[in-house]
Design a protein around this ligand. Sequence first.
Ligand SMILES: Nc1ncnc2c1ncn2[C@@H]1O[C@H](COP(=O)(O)OP(=O)(O)OP(=O)(O)O)[C@@H](O)[C@H]1O
Ligand SMILES: Cc1ncc(COP(=O)(O)O)c(N)n1
Length: 267
Amino acid sequence: MKNYKVATLTIAGSDCSGGAGIQADLKTFSAIGTYGMSVITAITAQNTQGVFEVEELSKNIIKKQIEVVFDDIEPSAVKIGMVSSPEIILEIANTLKKYDPKNLVVDPVMMSKSGYSLLRPEAKENMIKYLIPMAYIVTPNVPEAQEITGMKIETLEDMKIAGQKILEMGPKHVLMKGGHLKGDAIDVLIGKDIFEVYESKRLDRKNTHGTGCTISSSIASHLALGYGIKESVALSKIYITEAIKNSFDIGHGVGPVHHFYKFDKLK
Ligand SMILES: Nc1ncnc2c1ncn2[C@@H]1O[C@H](COP(=O)(O)OP(=O)(O)OP(=O)(O)O)[C@@H](O)[C@H]1O
Ligand SMILES: Cc1ncc(COP(=O)(O)O)c(N)n1
């Protein structure tokens, strides 16, 4: 039996419609059984049909939120999601460095499913320079990995090569998510002496809003609970597949995944 008395922290943007960002992360933490905390980096006005407005929070309040959390409660894992500006990225990296966070999961969020840019173009460089190298695991989807490496990714072999390139930027592991490719949903984990493929049938569901946020928070939760990296990814692949299966048509666009979960499957 795992010790569930562990805290997990998400540093990300808010999605008022509850499908992605902070809201997806906290739902995932709770469903898996860790104690969730949040540092909000930006408020988005979005729903299942799109992102309509974004307001970044100031560097100061983002830094302060991180400090007061860490000064009081040490998270057993930290997940970073939407961080839109170069200044905010640098502030987060510098603040986190003081605390040497355990199990840092970096989801290099760039674009919403609806096509809205959540990372300013000029912020990409700082993400590569400061955040990616700090990560215990970085979880790009295929378009993000293409942006980070500059290479086209179409096949499993391409995923492996691009993953290796990202690994050379400094993180301990890379999970390349294949949700955007055709065919089955294949994700690849790359690390030193690690090359694991996680495969599931592609579910013919339109409600996949929040899949990326959910799998990265699930990995953070499992790492916090003490699972190893391969097992954390394997259990998270099961979690996201179930969350997609449990989704239902809420709203008028691309609906969110749903975190109703039969908990005993994770044990
Ligand atoms: N239709 C699907 N059926 C099964 N699994 C899927 C499907 N779409 C995505 N996945 C899985 O969901 C996870 C997230 O993958 P994806 O590549 O969509 O990430 P993402 O683009 O970062 O997500 P998001 O668009 O929410 O930011 C991966 O494990 C992927 O394999
Ligand atoms: C605050 C926030 N963070 C991340 C995403 C990406 O999720 P998706 O690609 O499913 O729209 C999002 N839409 N909003």
